[in-house]
Design a protein around this ligand. Sequence first.
Ligand code: GSF
Length: 205
Amino acid sequence: MKLLGSPASPYTRKVRVVLAEKRIECEMELVDVQPAENPVNAHNPLGKIPTLLLDDGSALYDSRVIVDFLDARSPISRLIPDETRDRLAVRRWEALADGVLDAGLLVRYESLREPRERSQSWSAKQVSRMHRALAAMAKDLESKPWCHNDRYSLADIAVGCCLGWLGFRKPGDVDWHGEYPGLAQHYRKLMERSAFADSVPEAPK
Ligand code: GSF
């Protein structure tokens, strides 16, 4: 197996944390998906990372499909519950965290355009979406040790990767440390785990 990814990519980090928690060895190949023609296109028509290359030559994408595959592949540290209601709750957390990232990426891509091509109202809409979602996360986490029930799960991993990337790229100057202290506390707790501490986002070299 080989993971096509980048150390700056929050969705790749989600997969890396899951690999580490489940103690699954996997080589990572660093790829640049900015150019329209990039090495990922041959495996994933969307040209996005993460993409997981399997030993039989097939490829899996996106991060939600990959983490599903990895969690089912090894019984060590199950991260997605079997029971339907619990599973849906965990996957909803993941959808919320990934949704914040999707909005944050739009804000970041917009900020990289020429100033005259930027739309303030478009970015403002994404920023308010991020704030609503972060506030919902903070409220749901209030006085709970973990996102879902009393167990660390994919929900916590998705939230941690989302917060870590927001702190790294700061799209829309969203200050989640200051505005949502409960989330900041949760992130500190996640960073005590080596799977998180070893995958802090960084700019590709
Ligand atoms: C999102 C992947 C994605 O946007 C997933 O895997 O969960 N829903 C997908 N990846 C970005 C890199 S990143 O910011 O993590 C990507 O590949 N962007 C390239 C592009 O051209 O949009």
